[in-house]
Design a protein around this ligand. Structure first.
Ligand code: FCB
Length: 458
């Protein structure tokens, strides 16, 4: 595949992404309050390897050298999230200045290195004190979120390039309150749908509050979208694919972009649907300056549940590698919705990375994954979809939620015993892709070896 940076528009933004709880550690320092993930990690059986984010990548102490790594990649931008409990330890009222100071230093450090800051306000680490009041099931949490958004916006808005309200509200509602896999670990569809509605309300309220306070940064939201395909032509499989699409994708896309919940899903959910008050849907449809799309894989649906296609190539998450799903998704979004500009806010893959005898990590599969998915983005742009940026998930191996440290998504390998960061071959490939003279990208096969600057063990 002969993809190069010149296949993208000249002002296209390339970056890397992380989130606060997954990398920061220092969960009890400088006045940070407890988050729902601190609580969840301490409940037996929740995290596969029994770990927590207490130390994670120790980024809270190592942020300067981490910013140097980002600068070394030659990316344009860095997407990170702010931990609400560092800024408002109880989720309401008093501000912890040290928390805001931390993010201010981070933003200034990025700007000093010529890297544009793309911030996300909420990547799942809700203050535990708000969970004690019901978390997102409690409508008041939406108001609290808008207040927190305004605090961040007024302090950092003059220096951010982009500000997203929520990361993946599907995960912080359905995965967390219905499927029970993420904090707070509940299994109740009615509560999950209330949580989803209040997350979307919080998003809309935050946009209004930020705009009313004069914050000029482009504002948006980030969704994880998981295109669904029926396994066969069988109407029962087709119907299930439509319902799976409703559950994962349309339940969020439709209210945000059209101001309504999908009628078929509303009917399907029966008594479990959320209470909607007058004005809610107008708030949720508040105009977006951008929509962030996170893409990892697709779902193939049958009447009896999802299936893995025969001979599918899978990652260490057991997620199918299916780049075509990304171009299909982007083209479909353009066809079916009134859209703001899009960003691919996350894309990447976990593999069983190991240091080989030469001390390096030869993660050829990750490089291939990134190349094929970048190619899918380039195809969608050619097909007329307005995509403005692409962020690799993730900068470095980190705390992968319910999988703990057992899944590695990084361009940099994290040695958790020493906190050393090591360039994987994929990081070198990305740097080359972004910075090569003339920007020709060689094929991802053996030549990668010559590219990888043997002996460069940064
Ligand atoms: C996304 C999350 C991110 C990371 C990747 C693998 O759903 O936004 O934090 O866990 O998946």
């Amino acid at each position: 595949m002969n993809l190069s940076r010149t296949d993208f528009p000249p002002d296209f933004t390339f970056g890397v992404a992380t989130s606060s709880y997954q990398i920061e550690g220092a969960t009890q320092e400088d006045g940070r309050g407890q988050s729902i993930w601190d609580t969840f990690c301490h409940q037996p059986g929740r995290i596969r390897d029994g770990t927590t984010g207490e130390v994670a990548c120790d980024h809270y102490h190592r942020w300067e050298s981490d910013l140097d790594l980002i600068a070394g990649l030659g990316v344009d931008a860095y997407r990170f999230s702010l931990a609400w409990p560092r800024i408002q330890p109880l989720g309401v009222g008093a501000v912890n200045e040290k928390g805001l100071d931390f993010y201010e230093c981070l933003v200034d450090g990025l700007l000093a290195r010529g890297i544009r800051p793309y911030a996300t306000l909420y990547h799942w680490d809700l203050p535990q004190a708000l969970q004690d009041q019901g978390g997102w099931v409690n409508r008041d949490t939406a108001e609290r979120f808008a207040e927190y958004a305004a605090l961040v916006g007024t302090r950092l808005g003059d220096r951010l390039t982009s500000l997203a309200t929520l990361n993946e509200p599907w995960c912080s509602s359905l995965l967390s309150y219905h499927l029970g896999a993420h904090a707070p670990g509940l299994k109740d569809r009615r509560l999950a749908l209330a949580a989803a509605h209040h997350l979307l309300l919080g998003h809309g309220l935050a946009l209004r509050t930020l705009r009313a306070s004069g914050v000029q940064v482009p504002l948006g939201i980030v969704l994880n979208l998981n295109p669904t395909y029926a396994a066969t032509e069988d109407p029962a499989d087709q119907a299930r694919a439509l319902a799976d699409d409703g559950y994962s994708n349309r339940w969020f896309l439709d209210p945000l972009l059209r101001g309504e919940y999908p009628a078929d899903m509303w009917k399907l959910y029966g008594q479990d649907v959320p209470e909607i008050r007058p004005g809610d849907l107008e708030l949720i449809r508040e105009p977006l300056d951008f929509l962030g799309v996170n893409y990892y894989t697709r779902t193939v649906s049958t009447a009896s549940g999802p299936v893995m296609p025969e001979e599918a190539e899978v990652t260490h998450m057991d997620w199918e590698v299916y780049p075509q799903g990304l171009s299909d998704l982007l083209v479909r979004l353009k066809r079916e919705y009134p859209l703001p500009p899009l960003l691919i806010a996350e894309n990447g893959a976990a593999y069983l990375d190991e240091r080989t005898a030469d001390g390096q990590v030869h993660d050829l599969e990750r490089t291939r994954y990134l190349q094929t998915h970048l190619n899918a983005v380039a195809q969608a742009i050619q097909a007329g979809v307005d995509v403005r940026g692409y962020f690799v998930w993730s900068l470095l191996d980190n705390f992968e939620w319910a999988y703990g440290y057992s899944r590695r998504f990084g361009l940099f390998y994290t040695d958790y015993a020493t906190q050393e960061r090591l360039w994987k071959d994929s990081a070198r490939w990305y740097r080359h892709f972004l910075n090569a003279p003339g920007n020709a990208t060689p094929s991802p096969t053996p030549e990668l070896e010559t590219l990888s600057e043997k002996g460069d063990s940064r």
